[in-house]
Write a protein that binds this ligand. Structure first.
Ligand code: ATP
Ligand code: MG
Length: 405
């Protein structure tokens, strides 16, 4: 058996040795069949959480009420989840309570799509009661059972369907697509956090253009944070090549930029409950983009002030928007950065204390201003980054100032 399943096989074997059933399930099995890189290996078992915890020495009860125990094996954590059905669904959301069952079939039946409802045993044989392998061959996303019923149980599944379109390049089955079109309003019952997780994966997928187009076509966008009035902008979004992007702040940056939320950037990003640091990063990148609209020549000074990371992200987005080659523009930027005499303030040969000593003056806003002034001179090459030179140069500047008054 191939990695990473080979390594996880031990867990299945242990569970079986204790008289339980155990299988690989979920995304790992799907991605294995698709020959895609395999993420987390999840295991489903007939053993109850307490039983799992008794068998393995290192476990964490991460979601025992949902049947999930994290088992640590040779440094890797595995989610081992008891076969379950999800109790009664209320308010179109995932239920709080689950019912443990002893049959694999029942467990596979509660899963969202047929491609995600395949189990693999310790010999690599597939247990596939809903023809998931066939769906994978045809690149079809099809709910397990009646699509409308399944989306009514948990409306997040509609978002998941589109994020799988984006990640896998699959198509929605006719039934699945029609059900989303009809039931899109149910998405408003789902917490923003869960929507954001799926949407971020959607933006990052290799087929995000297709998924973004579907978001509009199915009307799902109307029930997503801050998007209800953004149909036209969303249609635009689908025409850009998002696959050049790599950082979270870049995805959200391009997204916010194209949606044209300028004045309301922070409230808009807060609607999605994004972490503060990410919001700051997006804001920094969009500020650079806005400035580049006026003047897109990079100078050493600008690059130093923005910092390489933000500058590269902004340049990448700008190139993408203007259809230029991002790679060569970014390479130029890296070169320019390499030529900077100092890369950040702490590399400056002097600090605020030196200035206060030299001028025999108390600290105040003047210190920061003068440091900026010195930095600019060092960056432009007017003076060297050397304390004595800087001191001499400042004295000379002072004399000139006095002469002029
Ligand atoms: P990824 O590779 O992105 O992790 P995944 O298919 O493993 O994709 P997860 O969110 O990790 O997705 O979920 C693991 C499995 O749990 C899914 O493959 C699916 O069988 C089931 N599942 C997850 N969310 C739902 C849901 N909302 N409704 C029904 N089944 C779900
Ligand atoms: Mg997974």
């Amino acid at each position: 058996m191939k990695q990473p399943f080979a390594k996880a096989l031990y867990i299945i074997k242990q569970l079986k040795a204790h008289g339980h059933e155990a299988y690989f399930v979920g995304g790992a099995v799907r991605d294995f069949l698709l020959r895609r890189p395999i993420g987390d290996v999840d295991i489903a078992t007939s053993a109850l959480p307490e039983e799992v915890m008794r068998i393995f020495p290192k476990t964490i009860g991460v979601g025992v009420e949902h049947g999930t125990v994290m088992v640590l094996h040779e440094g890797t954590p595995y989610e081992v989840t008891t076969f379950r059905t999800e109790g009664k669904y209320e308010d179109y959301r995932r239920p709080e309570s689950v019912t443990f069952v002893r049959s694999l079939h029942e467990d596979l039946k509660r899963r969202d799509f047929t491609m995600n409802a395949i189990a693999m045993n310790e010999h690599g044989q597939m247990i596939d009661p809903f023809a998931g392998q066939e769906a994978i061959k045809r690149k079809m996303i099809q709910t397990v059972g009646d699509a409308k019923a399944r989306f009514s149980e948990d409306a997040l599944r509609m978002m998941r369907a589109l994020r799988f379109v984006s990640q896998l390049g699959f198509y929605l089955s006719e039934e699945t697509k029609e059900a989303i079109q009809e039931l899109a309003p149910l998405l408003s019952h789902i917490s923003v956090e869960r929507i954001t997780v799926e949407f971020e994966k959607l933006l990052q997928g290799a087929y995000s253009q297709e998924a973004l187009a579907l978001l509009v076509e199915t009307n799902l966008y109307k029930y997503m944070p801050g998007l209800s009035e953004k149909r036209e902008q969303l249609e635009q979004l689908a025409s850009y090549n998002w696959t050049l992007l790599t950082e979270r702040a870049e995805y959200w940056g391009l997204f916010a930029y194209l949606l044209d939320v300028k004045q309301t950037l922070i409230p808009f990003l807060r609607l999605w409950k994004l972490p503060n640091q990410l919001i700051k990063d997006v804001q920094a990148i969009l500020n650079i983009l806005a400035e580049m609209k006026q003047n897109n020549d990079w100078t050493k000074e600008k690059l130093y002030r923005y910092g390489l990371t933000y500058a590269l992200s902004a340049e990448k987005i700008r190139s993408l928007l203007s259809g230029e080659k991002a790679d060569s523009n970014m390479a130029k930027l890296r070169q320019l950065f390499a030529s900077l005499p100092i890369k950040e303030r702490k590399e400056l040969a002097i600090n605020g204390n030196d200035l206060m000593k030299w001028f025999n003056k108390q600290g105040g806003p003047w210190v920061a201003e003068m440091l900026m002034f010195v930095e600019s001179a060092v960056i432009s090459g007017e003076i060297e980054n050397n304390a004595e030179q800087i001191r001499g140069w400042l004295a000379q500047c002072n004399r000139k100032l006095e002469e002029n008054y």
